[in-house]
Design a protein around this ligand. Structure first.
Ligand code: F6P
Length: 325
């Protein structure tokens, strides 16, 4: 492996607020330390199709406050095939890119890990996902902004829920992880959260209803983690059938959770991990995700970062339960 001169940067998977701050940090820290930087558009698809452009500091001016990603993003099906990854490698050779910084979530870092080992290529990951489901980092870029967006939405829903004395089921994103649901429920003063991690009690709805929430409150809000089978619509239907006197409504927040200006926390996390990515490359690190744990920048091997069991602190369930009486 020769000396690294040029670093490519791409965003992949679902966009997350703060990705632009991360692109800016990688670009500026890279240039500051003598590297050439190339922006790769549309994630791994852009790598396959050679959508590559040299970046200067001007390319990343005025983007730290913007949501989305200026590099665009994609969930590349082609990159999942050996042929697609071979084409991606050929682009890297043609563009004389010696190291790749991938900003994305679980699927994207899995792709980066496989590619890195297949082609013995230096890949560095940044945790870019609203889901907060990457192991080894306290938070992921986009998670804090999305949490604040959800809380703002729930505050608004609370007004109408109270006025009509209704039960609202509010569905939030998170894929297979309940971080957004559990913590936004605490932050918005919701009466309950239904999350995938709470497997000790299979029927979370029954547990919630048994607490007799309507004895002390006329309206309530239940935050539900998205799920193909048991989302907010499923629980609302059950309450309609089992408690016909209750007035039930559903609000699925959807993609509005992914947009908007990144919070200060996400901008700082993106800036620190972006600078950390360049430092890692200079130290000869490869195939690690840059995270922040206990306020320290850390290197997390890809295989650890993408573990499916990032634990949600189960004490949070007690916090919500005790505060929602
Ligand atoms: O991974 C981020 C995320 O927003 C998940 O929370 C959600 O399940 C998924 O992406 C939605 O993906 P898409 O935008 O492709 O519908």
């Amino acid at each position: 492996m020769g000396k690294i001169k040029t670093i490519g940067v791409l965003t992949s998977g679902g966009d997350a607020p703060g990705m632009n701050a991360a692109i800016r940090a990688v670009t500026r820290a890279g240039i500051c330390n003598g590297f050439n930087i190339k922006g790769i558009y549309r994630g791994f698809d852009g790598l396959i199709n050679d959508e590559v452009k040299p970046f200067t500091t001007e390319n990343v001016s005025g983007i730290i406050m913007q949501g989305g990603t200026i590099l665009k993003t994609a969930r590349s099906k082609e990159f999942m095939t050996p042929e697609g990854r071979q084409k991606a490698y050929e682009t890297l050779v043609k563009e004389e890119i010696d190291a790749l910084v991938v900003i994305g979530g679980n699927g994207s870092l899995t792709g980066a890990r496989d590619f890195a080992s297949e082609f013995d290529f230096c890949c560095i990951g940044l945790p870019g996902t609203i889901d907060n489901d990457l192991y080894g980092t306290d938070s992921t870029i986009g998670y804090d902004t999305t949490m604040n967006t959800i809380v703002e939405c729930v505050d608004r829903i609370r007004d109408t829920a109270q006025s009509h004395e209704r039960i609202f089921f509010v569905e939030v994103m998170g894929r297979d992880a309940g971080f957004l649901a559990q913590n936004s429920a605490i932050a918005s003063g919701a009466e309950a959260a239904i999350i995938p991690e709470d497997s000790t009690d299979v029927d979370q709805l029954a547990r919630f209803m048994e607490r007799g929430i309507r004895k002390s409150k006329k309206s309530c809000i239940v935050i539900v983690s998205e799920s193909p089978k048991c989302g907010a619509l499923y629980y609302a239907e059950r309450v309609r059938n089992e408690f016909p006197n209750y007035d039930v409504r559903v609000s699925i927040l959807g993609h509005l959770q992914r947009g908007g200006r990144p919070s200060a926390h996400d901008r700082i996390l993106a800036s620190r991990t972006g600078v950390g990515a360049i430092e890692a490359i200079m130290q000869g690190q490869r195939n690690v995700m840059i995270g922040v744990r206990n306020n320290e920048v850390v290197y997390v091997p890809f295989s650890d970062a993408i573990r499916t069991d990032k634990p949600l602190d189960m004490k949070l369930i007690k916090v919500l339960d005790e505060l929602s009486i």
